[in-house]
Design a protein around this ligand. Structure first.
Ligand SMILES: Nc1nc2c(c(=O)[nH]1)N[C@H]1C(S)=C(S)[C@@H](COP(=O)(O)OP(=O)(O)OC[C@H]3O[C@@H](n4cnc5c(=O)[nH]c(N)nc54)[C@H](O)[C@@H]3O)O[C@H]1N2
Ligand SMILES: Nc1nc2c(c(=O)[nH]1)N[C@H]1C(S)=C(S)[C@@H](COP(=O)(O)OP(=O)(O)OC[C@H]3O[C@@H](n4cnc5c(=O)[nH]c(N)nc54)[C@H](O)[C@@H]3O)O[C@H]1N2
Ligand SMILES: [Mo]
Length: 709
């Protein structure tokens, strides 16, 4: 039996590991984890052979498409895709093979506002500045709880330790959150804010800074006057009632932020998943800019990933949304997808293009997106559903075919998505802990197998992989900014073909990347072989100032006042004018939980019930409920009965219920999870969107609270 522990010599983590990491062995051994594909025959799942199952899955989707047209197919891709090499490198071919514009993902129940604001400001939705935690003197944190989540869109081992370091070196941390979270308690100051009002509060901080502490910005920053004009109505006094933050506090924090030797505003999940997510994300970076903290050490900086595509100079075509729109709700496309919260209407609404076939890869929309009860009904009405997932989850219960990938310990790993979000530039590769069973295809083979069969190709996954990798190499060698520019293609191909699958793609991207060996041009540079020789990873140093390099809009400038955002400000003003009313629901995370899918591991769920409704004692008293009682929580789309936990840490008027629970669905096979099902908070989430990004509102939901009975 192997024991999983942190690697003290790892250049990035220094041995820091999350409790979920140490239980990967439990995931591997979980008897509910599927090792063979399942096909539903006469309403009952039966095990099948791999070739048969993949062919059957693709044929079913093709049939649907042939009968009802390509748009009758849809895909939902979930969060763990960014945590594995197959999902990171091989998703695109499958989605392309599906050939439908109906693509949905967990991004629109999470961070899409950040992509949209960065797209508009910097020209690329993936050019995301992150807090330079190790050097900052002032961290203003909003809507994030890294003591539970370990941070997001800012990858750092041991966020709590790094926060401690900020304070030890004389810096200051202010956390703005409707709940006094663990992270808030570990800060110098915690400020309560009414959910959904961060954009308004940031606007007031910015107007204060621009008036009282103006700085001269280089021409690279365009739209300073327009920002000032757009935000003029937001002052510490005008937002005080709506945000619940006293004007004096706002003025003080603005002054502290502006005068700190370095400072960074960092906003995440809690503020992005609101009706004003994109405005909040935009204003976070505007605050960083107008205080001179963007792209500056200790401020918000842009990582340079080891597998990035090198580029000489700035400038590009910029970022566009709305190149096409969804059929039912007319939602603009954002990054080639539609809002996850609109999947359900596409399934329900009759007419040409009605979705009847669905491919789900690493996702659990039955639990993670708004309106769960309606989603479950819609999933049940589909003609053909393929789910790639190691579990018979609440979503997979609706599948016609389930294709389980090998376990997490049976695959190699490199953080493709997160290397461009790390607080130090780092590369690290780990090989698989165990060999997978010979007969079990890798997840990338499953995805390419589906992709080939969907297109009716004879090619094997290995042949398709060859074609994809050689096209990638060809393009990379033609990039003048790459150290590999001009290398002999035949020789390079032979060199990288020492590997296959994700390893070969990684080798190409590393060697042609900004730190690459260029196939000999820079002998000390990166290659997969070099990573394998350095099992503890390679540290490429602290973040460096980058812009205008990396800016991808035509003028290679930073756009402070994108028109679409300015146009959305009146909606925010109207929301403030309406004033606060009634109880609002927010979520929360727990260290031993991970969205909806780690509740089947006994050591992670044992102990006291964590799926409780947190409520301030004064609110509880007013409602006449006490600790251990239950409240019926209702919205326009559903209601749940939740056990009550009193907490002085809640802002009065705000209640909190975690997401990812509700494991009592018929048809799912989650033995441990179903023994402590908890309640599914997304039964309550309404299809209310941030219009600029299509992101769902999961925080700040108006709810009715009533005694059960
Ligand atoms: N109310 C509310 N809703 C939320 C949130 C919230 O805070 N509040 N958070 C949102 C956020 S941030 C996110 S990211 C989404 C997540 O939303 P989803 O991605 O839809 O859901 P997950 O719960 O992450 O489920 C992931 C599924 O992938 C499977 N899986 C795990 N590893 C692998 C793998 O290696 N390969 C494959 N093929 N499958 C795998 C798991 O078994 C599980 O069924 O939920 C969102 N929903
Ligand atoms: N243990 C654990 N770790 C995880 C996950 C998990 O499920 N469990 N999920 C992973 C994923 S997919 C993600 S995206 C990240 C998310 O990680 P984070 O971005 O850190 O998000 P949360 O931990 O949900 O913390 C959100 C905080 O926002 C607060 N909040 C709610 N509404 C508002 C608001 O309107 N304004 C402000 N200012 N605050 C608000 C909540 O009270 C909460 O404290 O975590 C990742 N890490
Ligand atoms: Mo997420």
């Amino acid at each position: 039996m192997k024991v999983i522990r942190g690697d003290k010599e790892d250049v990035f983590s220094k041995g820091f590991i999350c409790p979920k990491g140490t239980t990967l062995g439990k995931l591997h051994e979980d008897p509910d984890r599927l090792s063979r594909p399942l096909i539903k025959r006469d309403g009952v799942f039966v095990e099948a052979e791999w070739d048969e199952a993949i062919a059957f899955a693709a044929a079913g989707l093709r049939d649907t498409s042939q009968k009802h047209g390509k748009n009758s197919l849809a895909a939902y891709v979930g969060n763990p895709n960014v945590h594995n090499l197959a999902g990171s490198l091989y998703l695109r071919p499958v989605l392309k093979a599906l050939g439908s514009p109906n693509v949905f993902s967990a991004s629109t129940v999470d961070q899409m506002p950040k992509h949209v604001s960065c797209g508009a400001m910097f020209g690329s939705p993936d050019f995301i500045p992150i807090p330079d935690l190790d050097r900052t003197a002032y961290l203003l944190m909003m809507g994030a709880d890294p003591h539970e989540s370990n941070g997001s869109l800012a990858t750092a081992p041991d966020w709590p330790g790094r926060m401690e370091n900020i304070r030890e070196r004389g810096g200051r941390i202010v956390t703005v959150d409707p709940r006094r979270s663990k992270s808030a308690k570990a800060s110098d100051e915690h400020v309560f804010i009414r959910p959904g009002t961060d954009a308004a509060w940031l606007a007031a901080v910015i107007t204060t800074v621009m008036t009282e502490f103006p700085i001269e910005l280089p021409d690279l920053f365009e739209g300073v006057a327009e920002v000032r004009e757009a935000l003029a109505g937001f002052t510490p006094d005008s937002v005080a009632e709506a945000t619940g933050i006293e004007a004096e506090t706002t003025r003080r924090i603005a002054a502290e932020f502006a005068q700190a030797p370095s400072a960074v505003a960092y906003g995440r999940m809690g503020m992005h998943t609101t009706e004003f997510g994109t405005l909040a994300s935009w204003l976070t970076d505007v605050l960083n800019v107008v205080t001179g903290n963007l792209d500056s050490p200790g401020g918000a900086m842009f990582p340079m990933a080891g597998i990035a595509t090198p580029k000489a100079g700035g400038g590009g075509r910029g970022f566009q949304v709305g190149r096409y729109a969804s059929r039912v709700g007319n939602h603009p496309e954002v990054r080639g997808e539609f809002p996850a919260a609109s999947l359900v209407e596409e399934i329900e609404t009759p007419g040409e293009g009605q979705v009847r076939g669905l491919l789900v890869i690493s996702g659990n929309p039955a639990r993670s997106i708004p309106e769960s009860e309606r989603v479950e009904r819609a999933l049940g009405q589909l003609e053909f559903v393929v789910v790639v997932d190691p579990y018979l989850s609440e979503t997979a219960a609706h599948a016609t075919v389930v294709l389980p990938p090998p376990s997490v310990l049976e695959r190699s790993h490199f953080d493709v998505a997160f290397t461009s979000l790390m607080i130090r530039n780092t590369v690290n590769y780990s090989s698989a802990t165990f060999d997978k069973p010979e007969s079990h295809p890798s997840e990338w083979e499953i995805l390419l197998g589906l992709s080939g069969a969907l297109q009716g190709l004879e090619a094997t996954p290995a042949q398709m992989d060859d074609a994809g990798a050689s096209a990638l190499l060809h393009k990379a060698l033609a990039n003048e900014a790459s150290p590999a520019f001009g290398a002999d293609e035949g020789t390079a191909w032979e060199a990288v073909s020492e590997y296959a699958g994700p390893e070969r793609i990684l080798d190409i991207r590393l060697r042609t990347g900004p730190y690459g060996d260029g196939f000999g041009a820079k002998p000390d540079g990166l290659s997969l072989a070099k990573l394998i020789e350095n099992p503890h990873g390679i540290d490429l140093g602290p973040l460096k100032s980058r812009i205008p390099n990396g800016l991808m809009n035509e003028s290679a400038s930073v756009q402070l006042a994108p028109q679409a955002f300015v146009n959305d400000v009146p909606r925010l003003s109207a929301h403030l004018a309406a004033g606060p009313s009634g109880y609002l629901l927010i979520g929360r995370r727990h260290l031993r939980s991970n969205n909806s899918w780690m509740h089947n591991i006994e050591v992670l769920v044992k102990g006291k019930n964590r799926c409780t409704l947190l409520i301030h004692p004064a609110d509880a008293a007013e409602l006449g409920v006490s600790e251990g009682g239950s409240l019926k929580v209702s919205t326009s789309v559903g209601s749940v009965l939740a056990p009550v936990e009193l907490s002085e840490d809640m802002m009065p008027g705000i209640v909190s219920l975690p997401h990812g629970w509700g494991h009592d669905a018929p048809g799912a096979r989650l033995t441990v999870a179903s023994s402590r099902p908890g309640v599914n908070s997304n039964i309550l989430s309404e299809p209310v969107l941030d219009p600029l990004s299509g992101n769902a509102r999961l925080n700040g939901i108006p709810v009715g609270l009533a005694l059960a009975g």
